[in-house]
Design a protein around this ligand. Structure first.
Ligand SMILES: C[S@@+](CC[C@H](N)C(=O)[O-])C[C@H]1O[C@@H](n2cnc3c(N)ncnc32)[C@H](O)[C@@H]1O
Length: 285
């Protein structure tokens, strides 16, 4: 059963955290003159119309990317992220209200010899992804698959250039996504120990979510980074997402210092009540 549609949430605080960290990682990978693969296990539709019915239904982007675009005096990483978004060449669109999903952030940063491998299982979002990637800078350097991104990732490892950035961004509508994410990352690290792996996860008042950091830390304790952006205090009834996190295995060694500045600024900009806070934890080899 596939009911999740990212268009309802595009550009929200969770997208901002995820895409900012993805931006920082790909920027770092571009500093070395050696090609790499970008593998997106849960790619979504690629582009989202923030003026469209789905995004407008709750308007989550208003408390996400819309706030960041208005912010002043941002630290260098956040300012570079906003500037890159403003300069991104998006397809012509009547409202000018398109927001890039992770495949589009990646295609805007990858170089000629780098490659994209994208998985998306929802039939409608897969069709939208195909359509949107036709307008990308490198349509022939992207391979799209309408299958399961967890097993798809393992089938690609180790990648031919022996350098890769992997984004795993499941919807977690089904509890099994928590288990599959951990199991797949464990298997991926066995097949390709030097890859840079990024996992997005929601911060919720339920055991699967709150117990995830301990499981991830135990998996690869020597070289990881955890960044969480809690935009509000957990609801009294325990429902809803009060924040989200990104967990990285083998992060760029520069990222922790960049986030020491950028993450508190994001927290300041995106918090919705006095319970908002950020978490930055890392262990680097
Ligand atoms: C959170 S959205 C992805 C958003 C995207 N990564 C971005 O940042 O723009 C999760 C996507 O995963 C898709 N999906 C769910 N289960 C999947 C699976 N096992 N393999 C591949 N895609 C899956 C959903 O249809 C949905 O489009």
């Amino acid at each position: 059963m596939l009911s999740y549609r990212h268009a309802f949430h595009a550009g929200n605080h969770a997208d901002v955290l995820k895409h900012l960290i993805l931006f920082a990682v790909l920027d770092y990978y571009n500093r070395k003159d050696k090609p790499y693969w970008y593998i997106d296990t849960h790619a979504g539709a690629g582009l989202y119309d923030l003026g469209g019915d789905m995004a407008q239904k709750v308007g989550e982007y208003r408390e996400g990317i819309a706030r960041l675009r208005q912010a002043q005096d941002l630290p260098p990483l956040a300012a570079a992220f906003v500037a890159h978004l403003a300069a991104m060449r998006l397809p012509e669109h009547a409202g000018g209200t398109l927001y890039p999903g992770s495949p589009w952030w990646a295609q805007s940063l990858l170089r000629d010899d780098d490659r994209l491998r994208l998985f998306e299982r929802h039939p409608q979002d897969f069709a939208l992804l195909q359509q949107s990637m036709r307008h990308s800078r490198r349509p022939r350097r992207s391979v799209l698959a309408d299958g399961d991104g967890f097993s798809g990732l393992l089938s690609l490892l180790p990648p031919p250039p022996r350098r890769a950035v992997v984004l795993m961004d499941p919807p977690y509508e089904q509890k099994q996504d928590y288990r599959k994410a951990v199991e797949t990352l464990a298997a991926a690290l066995k097949k390709f120990a030097t890859g840079c792996y990024l996992l997005w996860y929601p911060c919720l008042s339920r055991a699967e979510s709150s117990g995830l950091p301990d499981k991830l830390r135990a998996l690869w304790p020597d070289n990881y980074l955890r960044a969480e952006l809690h935009v509000r205090a957990p609801a009294a009834d325990g429902f809803g997402m009060h924040g989200s996190g990104m967990w990285l295995f083998n992060p760029p060694y520069t990222l922790a210092a960049e986030l020491e500045n950028a993450l508190p600024a994001l927290g300041e900009c995106l918090r919705q009540d006095g319970g908002g806070h950020t978490v930055l934890e890392y262990q680097l080899r």
